[in-house]
Design a binder for this molecule. Structure first.
Ligand code: BT5
Length: 281
C-alpha cells in the first residue's frame, strides 16, 4: 500500500486493483464528499479507464436526479469506477446494466445472496433496495487521442451492514423512509461482511460484464441474464417520466436496455424513468 502521490489523490491511499482486470488502481478515502464527484473531476483532467475510488464515508453521496445516498461511516460499500469504454455515446448507459449485474453477482459470490434488479438499475431483495447505481458521463473530446472517447463514472452503493437487522438497536439511526424500503446483506443473511472484502469480488464481476458489453455474443448473454434477474418484467408498473407518468404491464427489456410497457393502447418504449412496482405478477 502506498500514499497516492498525485495532487488529485491527496488524502487517498492507493493500491492495485484485482489482477487481470482493467481496474489498475484503487484510491481509498476514509471520507470524501462523493466518489462519483471525485472521479468526474479526475476525468476532466485525465480520463483513465479503470481508475477506482472507494470511501468509508461520503459526506454528500449522490443518488440519481439530485437525490442523496445514505450510509453511516464504515458500514457499506461506496465505490465508483472511471470508464472510457469503446461504446458510442448512445450506448454509454449500458454500463449501468453491466454494473447492476456485477453487483448482483458479487452478492451471490461473496454472500450467497440472490438478488433481483428493478429497472433500470436498482439491486433489490423482494421490494427492498440493497444497492443503487449512478452513472454520470462527460462528453467525448472526439480528437481520437487515447482516452478521448466518452467518459463515464459509474458509482455503486451496496448496503453491506446498514440498515441493520430488524430489532437491532442501530435501527434508530435509519431514516423512517429507508426503514421500510432498504435492506442490507447483514439484514438478509446474518453474515457480517467487511464492505471492503466485497470490493474485489465486485470489480472482477464488473470487468467480466464490461467485456461482455464489448462483444455481440456477450451482449446477448448479458441481456438474457438481465431479463432473468429483472423483478420489473411482468409487473404492473408506474413509470414517472420528465413529462408525466405511464402505467401498465412491463413487457420486455430491449437490447438497448429500454423498458417496454403495455400502456393499454399498445407497447411504449421507455429509455429512462423512475419505476414503481404496483402489484404482483
Ligand atoms: C441510486 O439513486 O440508487 C444511486 C445510488 C448511487 C450511490 C453511489 S455510492 C458511490 C457513488 N458515489 C456517489 O456519490 N453515489 C454513488 P436513486 O435511484 O436516485 O436512489 C436514491 C434514493 O434511494 C434516495 O432518495 C433514498 O430514498 C434511497 N436511498 C438512499 N440511501 C439508500 C441506501 N443506503 N439504501 C437504500 N436506499 C437508499
Amino acid at each position: 500500500m502506498s500514499e497516492a502521490t498525485e495532487p488529485e489523490a491527496e488524502g487517498a491511499v492507493a493500491t492495485s486493483g484485482p489482477p487481470g482486470t482493467c481496474f489498475f488502481e484503487v484510491r481509498r478515502f476514509s471520507q470524501v464528499d462523493s466518489t462519483n464527484r471525485y472521479l468526474l473531476d479526475v476525468a476532466r483532467r485525465r480520463p483513465r479507464h479503470g481508475l477506482v475510488a472507494v470511501a468509508d464515508h461520503q459526506r454528500a453521496g449522490r443518488g440519481r436526479l439530485g437525490r442523496s445516498w445514505e450510509a453511516p461511516p464504515g458500514t457499506n460499500l461506496l465505490v465508483s469506477v472511471l470508464l472510457v469504454p469503446e461504446l458510442p455515446p448512445a450506448e454509454l448507459h449500458l454500463c449501468n446494466v453491466a454494473a447492476a449485474l456485477a453487483t448482483a453477482q458479487a452478492c451471490r459470490r461473496a454472500a450467497s445472496l440472490e438478488t433481483q434488479l428493478k429497472w433500470p438499475n436498482d439491486v433489490v431483495v423482494g421490494e427492498r433496495k440493497l444497492g443503487g447505481i449512478l452513472a454520470e458521463s462527460l462528453p467525448a473530446k472526439g480528437d481520437g487521442a487515447p482516452g478521448s472517447g466518452s467518459v463515464v463514472v459509474v458509482g455503486i452503493g451496496l448496503n453491506v451492514r446498514w440498515p441493520p437487522p430488524e430489532g437491532d438497536p442501530g435501527e434508530a439511526s435509519v431514516p423512517e423512509d429507508l426503514r421500510r424500503s432498504a435492506t442490507s446483506i447483514l439484514r438478509e443473511t446474518g453474515s457480517d461482511l467487511d464492505p471492503q472484502d466485497l470490493l474485489s469480488v465486485l470489480l472482477v464481476a464488473l470487468d467480466e460484464r464490461m467485456a461482455e458489453l464489448a462483444d455481440p455474443g456477450g451482449r446477448l448473454r448479458l441481456f438474457a441474464e438481465y431479463r432473468r434477474c429483472c423483478a420489473t418484467l411482468g409487473r404492473e408498473v408506474a413509470v414517472t417520466l420528465p413529462d408525466g407518468e405511464i402505467r401498465g404491464r412491463a413487457l420486455d427489456i430491449t437490447g438497448e436496455g429500454h423498458l417496454v410497457v403495455d400502456g393499454g393502447s399498445g407497447p411504449l418504449t421507455v429509455a429512462a424513468g423512475d419505476v414503481v412496482h404496483l402489484r404482483g405478477r
